[in-house]
Design a protein around this ligand. Sequence first.
Ligand code: NAD
Length: 292
Amino acid sequence: DKTVVLITGCSSGIGLGLAVRLASDTSKAFIVYATMRNLSKKERLLECVRGCHEDTMEILQMDVTDQLSIQAAKQRIKEKKVDILVCNAGAGLMGPVETLSYETMKQIFDINLFGTICTIQAFLPEMKERKSGRIIVTGSVGGLQGIPFNDVYCASKFAVEGFCESLAILLQHFNIHISLIECGPVNTNFMTNLQRTDPEDPRLQHVDPETTQLYQKYLQHCERVFEEAAQDTEEIVQVFMDAIGAQFPSLRYYTNSTFLPLTKLKLTMEDGTQYIKAMNKFVFSTHKTGDF
Ligand code: NAD
C-alpha cells in the first residue's frame, strides 16, 4: 500500500524540493499530491521531477486561504485518504510595524496561520477515523523566538506553534503525529517572495529616523545571516525525510544548530530579559553568526 502525501506550496522552495524527493524516491512508495495556489507555476516542479513522476505525482490547484479550493483538491485524491499532510505554504513580511497595512498583516495571518489550520481541518476527520496519519508543518525559528522587524511574521508563526502543540495532545489518542520542522534561513525564493518595506519606501518617511536606521542595520544583518548560515533546500528536505521515517516522530525538529543557543536561552532564562539582550547584540552589533 502506497503512502499518500499531500503538500501545500509546491511551486517553489521547500515544498517543491520535498515533492520532487518523494515523487522520485526509488522505492516508489509514495504517491505525492503536489499542490500550489497558481497552476501556471507548475513548470519548475515538472522540470525538476523530469519524467520520474508518471505514477508517483499529481499536481493540484490549492490556495490554502480558499476553503472551496481546499475541498476541491481533497475531492481529487483518488485514494480517498492522506497518510502524510504537509502544511508548507507560507509567506514572510518584513518592515517597521508602522509601515505595515492592516490588509497585509491579515493576509500573512490568512496564509501562515488560518491556511495551516484550515488545511488540517479538512483532512483531520478522515485521519481520526482511520486512527492513523502524520501532519508535518514547516515551522520557523521565527515561530520560536522574536526577530526584530519580523514582528507580524513571527506572531503568525508563534500562533502556528500554539495550534500544533495544543492539537498534538489530543491527537495522541488517535495515533496521529504532528511535527514542526523548524527552519532557520533557507536558500529559497522566500526572501524575494516576502513582502518587505524597502529602504526607499515612502512609508518610511513617517517612521522615526532611529527606527529607520536600525532597520537598515537589520537588513544588512539579515543578508549576513543568509550568507553565513542559510541551508539549502536539500538539507531541509532531509529533515522532513527523517520525520517521515521516524517510528515515533517528535513534535519539533530543528534543521539549523546556529540558532539553538538563542532558542535555549529563551527557554532557560524565563524572564525574557537575557534573550532580548542577546538578540539585540546579535542583530545590531557586528558579529559572526558562529559567536552564538
Ligand atoms: P517559498 O516562497 O519558495 O515557498 C512558499 C510557497 O508557499 C510558495 O510556493 C508560495 O506560492 C506558497 N504560497 C503562498 N501563499 C499561498 C497560498 N495562499 N496557498 C498556497 N500556497 C501559497 O519559500 P520557502 O522557504 O520554500 O517557504 C516554505 C515555508 O518555509 C514557509 O512556511 C516559510 O514560512 C517557511 N520558512 C522559510 C524560511 C526561509 O528562510 N526560506 C525560514 C523559515 C521558515
